[in-house]
Design a protein around this ligand. Structure first.
Ligand SMILES: [Zn+2]
Length: 849
């Protein structure tokens, strides 16, 4: 099947008039598309889905009108327009009238609802077009290279706001007491970036960033939650104008919070849509993580205004660069805005998560051929965003930030208002750096996986070697190599020796003044690879771990855990090693450690759990005790977040009674007076209360979920409902994922988290098996796919068999290699269990030391 539209007819301008009826959940539309016909045709083929086309005609420059007819091919999502005689080459104006439905699937032109404080339901019409859903709103050449100018008019009821990509140029009375809101011509852009939002929404007063007005939109009553996003937007928009050296390409920026939204946010030029949690936040009541999430997403979407919107990939195989680059820029901008957040250290957590997927045999190259556009839906994953951004960061640090930036500027200059391929960026960076960038990047981009760099002391020096890292055993050929930028730091005779080199061959030797005590091979942590130290050196390194930077400590722990999961390092040795981190003060390092304890918890038999609890108390207790429960003056946000993280682990995974009692006391105080509890500690208190609580706490949290005052609060109580241990309460929460109480945008993620809980996973899995068809119907596709990630926590040979049978029996398509990856991650965990659980149980039965 040919997935690309014929190029004999090319659009250059859409004049689009849409009349949505929010009550009836329908819309009517009319469009006139200026097209260039390149050779005589009797047929025009373009995309349309779930639309009815009522009228077709085309007019040439002389004004001659030729009527046509339309046939729809729903399977191919195309409309064929047939004309009685051949249309001559030249410029024509194609006019179509059509109707469609405002659907509930959160794609195309869709309906979102919310209840106001009086319990009255209101409706918003919004759009989500990426990748291929603009065709559900209007017939179009729905391919990223089909760039055109859009002139939109929305005809809406008098009291409703209407927003599209550009500024309003006129707002006039129209038929039936409505208003016709006409928007300025857009820049030349792709169909997937077009947006319309209609509803009772309110905007903040515009803030000028240079000559661009910036506003935040939300449903009435939430304007007090917009300040933080506005501040972040103002800073980052200005940051990007300077970084890219090109003014913002649109005429205004609106950031809109939509109550029902499948993804995190969408970079529609000038009308960026968000799920509420990613935009609206009460700064005084939010934890560091919750604020960071808003900053990340706002910066990410604004970065796209240039990289993605101004310059766009030719086809969907290039989506990775679009997303990887925006993720990279998001870090850069947030790091500039809030240096105290140490955003690049925290990026280690994301990089490591991407390595978790990319270490599978069923991984994929970042860039690969995408034929059917639908296949690109599965590309919105960790490999695209986090591996992609990680590889860009590695390149930026290896050629230097200034050189990297000038290459990016050159690329944007050369391709503005157009489309480009990945190689165009490498060429621009190559010119800027004078280095063979395509050759350096090839293996990282076009080959699956990443290397394991092994380090061994070899006389007065070290031997470095590379091979592909996989969890389930090497499969690659020995000549599978990467050009790896190595930043070596060696401890030699009490001092440090630093060396930089490219490891391109299978093995190399690095001379040092004397035999090193230990070395780091990825100093600064920017490399997208794992480092394997021989056990004696790893032990020495762990003893000196306090002397190296947080990101290096992070990588020592993270690499050791990954090597343990892959069977290169006995799990008991890994747990021993974590004893060197009891004094750790960095939040990200703790994320690795506590994450690994959670993994062990899912793997162990129930009988070994008390041993693990005691072990967790020993490892975490000291650091938690030092931080206490109350914030201290002058403390950084990261320290406050760490306090919450550690208390949560101690009170749940560590099952520590004193912490649990204290959490209950803190809660009692909070109910009386909210101001006394730090917003970073509150989520821990809620999690501990769910862990230890029963019906009374459940009823309380359910009520608080229903009446939440901001999106973060809603999320906390929602996830808490899945964190109870009593089967009856777990069942109640599962029921709520399908009966409409939990929004379909959130339900799949709640189920995923319950599959990850050792107390809920059995019941949750039975529930999924029973109701998967209803879930497939109700949940938005992108979120539904993620739900199944939860099966990776069903760690036992019996469950693994059951999971495999389930997917064999039922026709569930998750797109790309997603399912294979989930099954392999489960295999990795079960194999770890088979290999390690006896030794682990024996180790954990002894008092921890
Ligand atoms: Zn993005």
């Amino acid at each position: 099947m040919d997935y690309r539209l014929p190029t004999t007819v090319v659009p250059s301008r859409y004049e689009l008039r849409l009349v949505p009826d929010l009550d009836a959940a329908t819309f009517a539309g009319e469009e006139t598309v200026t097209v260039t016909i390149r050779e005589p045709v009797t047929e025009i083929v373009l995309n349309a889905a779930e639309l009815a086309i009522q009228a077709v005609s085309i007019r040439d420059a002389a004004g001659t009108v030729v009527p046509g007819t339309a046939t729809l091919d729903e399977a191919q999502e195309r409309a064929r327009l047939l004309f009685p005689s051949a249309l001559a080459p030249g410029e024509w104006r194609l006019t179509l009238a059509f109707t469609g439905t405002l659907n509930d699937r959160l794609h195309g032109f869709y309906r979102s609802t919310y209840k106001d404080s009086a319990g009255v339901t209101h409706t918003i019409a919004a759009t989500q077009f990426e990748a291929t859903d603009a065709r559900r709103a209007f017939p179009c050449w729905d391919e990223p290279a089909g760039k055109a100018v859009f002139a939109v008019t929305l005809v809406v009821p008098a009291g409703l706001a209407a927003v599209s990509n550009t500024a309003v140029v006129s707002d006039e009375p129209a038929e039936g007491g409505r208003r016709a809101v006409r928007f300025a011509d857009s820049i030349k852009m792709s169909t997937y970036l077009v947006a319309f939002i209609v509803g009772e929404l309110e905007a903040t007063a515009p803030v000028m960033v240079g000559s661009t007005p910036l506003r935040v939109w939300c449903v009435p009553g939430k304007a007090h939650l917009t300040r933080f996003a506005l501040d972040c937007g103002v800073f980052t928009l200005d940051f990007f104008e300077k970084y890219y050296g090109i003014p913002y390409p649109g005429d205004k920026v609106d950031l809109l919070a939509i109550p029902d939204f499948a993804a995190g946010a969408m970079e529609n030029l000038g009308a960026i849509t968000f799920r509420e949690t990613a935009l609206l936040v009460d700064e005084t009541a939010a934890s560091h993580s919750e604020l960071e999430r808003v900053a990340d997403v706002v910066a990410h979407e604004l970065a796209h205004m240039w990289f993605g919107d101004l310059v766009t990939m030719v086809w969907w195989n290039g989506i990775w660069l679009n997303e990887a680059f925006a993720t990279f820029m998001e870090m850069l901008a947030v790091d500039a805005w809030k240096p105290e957040w140490e955003r690049w250290v925290n990026f280690g957590v994301s990089r490591s998560a991407a390595m978790g997927v990319d270490g599978l045999l069923s991984t994929r190259p970042i860039e690969f051929e995408v034929r059917a556009p639908r296949d690109c839906e599965a590309m919105f994953d960790l490999l695209t965003y986090e591996k992609g951004a990680g590889v860009l960061r590695m390149l930026e640090q290896s050629i230097g930030p200034a050189v990297f930036r000038s290459g990016v500027q050159r690329y944007l200059e050369e391709h503005r208002y157009g489309n480009a391929e990945t190689t165009d960026l490498w060429k621009a960076l190559g010119k800027a750096s004078g280095l063979p960038i395509p050759e350096i990047m090839d293996a990282w981009i076009f080959r699956p996986g990443y290397p394991l760099v092994s380090v061994e002391v070899d006389g007065a020096g070290v031997k470095l070697s590379q091979r592909r890292f996989t969890y389930l055993g090497a499969e690659g050929s020995p000549d599978e190599r990467w050009r790896i930028p190595i930043a070596l730091r060696a401890s030699v005779k009490g001092g440090w020796v630093d060396k930089r080199l490219f490891l391109g061959e299978a093995e190399t030797r690095v001379e040092l003044p004397a035999a090193p005590e230990w070395v780091l091979a990825n100093t600064g942590g920017h490399g997208f690879f794992r480092v394997g130290y021989a056990l004696p050196m790893l032990k020495k390194l762990a003893r000196s771990v306090a002397k190296v930077s947080p990101i290096d400590r992070f990588n020592v722990a993270s690499d050791a855990f990954a090597l343990s999961q892959a069977g290169f390092l006995p799990a008991v040795e890994y747990l021993e090693l974590t004893g060197r981190f009891r004094e750790e003060r960095d939040r990200n390092v703790w994320t690795v450690l506590t994450g690994s304890f959670g993994f062990v918890n899912r793997v162990l038999p129930e009988s070994a759990r008390p041993g693990l609890e005691a072990f967790v108390r020993h490892r975490v207790g000291l650091a938690a005790e030092r931080l206490g429960w109350d914030r201290e003056a002058g403390e950084s946000e990261l320290v406050r977040q760490l306090r919450g993280d550690l208390l949560r682990v101690l009170g749940t995974l560590g099952n520590e009674e004193e912490t649990q009692a204290q959490a209950r006391a803190m809660w009692a105080r909070y109910v009386e007076d909210e101001s006394g509890l730090d917003p970073n500690v509150l989520p821990a208190v809620i999690a501990i209360l769910a862990f230890t609580g029963g019906e009374r706490e459940y009823a309380d949290f359910l009520q608080r979920f229903r009446t939440a005052r901001n999106p973060q609060e809603e999320q906390r109580y929602l996830y808490a409902l899945g964190a109870f241990r009593e089967p009856e309460l777990i069942r109640q929460t599962l029921e709520r994922t399908l009966n409409g109480e939990v929004r379909s945008q959130d339900a799949p993620f709640l189920i995923r988290s319950m599959l990850g809980s050792v107390y809920a996973r059995g019941l949750a899995w039975e529930f999924v098996k029973e109701h998967w068809e209803a879930m497939a119907r109700q949940y938005p596709g992108s979120a539904y796919r993620r739900l199944y990630e939860g099966v990776t926590a069903l760690v036992s040979p019996e469950w693994e068999r059951d999971v495999r049978e389930f997917f064999e029996r039922n026709k569930i398509t998750l797109g790309g290699k997603t399912l294979e990856q989930y099954l392999e991650q489960l295999r990795v965990a079960v194999r770890f269990q088979e290999r390690e659980s006896t030794a682990l149980a024996a180790y954990l039965a002894r008092p921890p030391r």
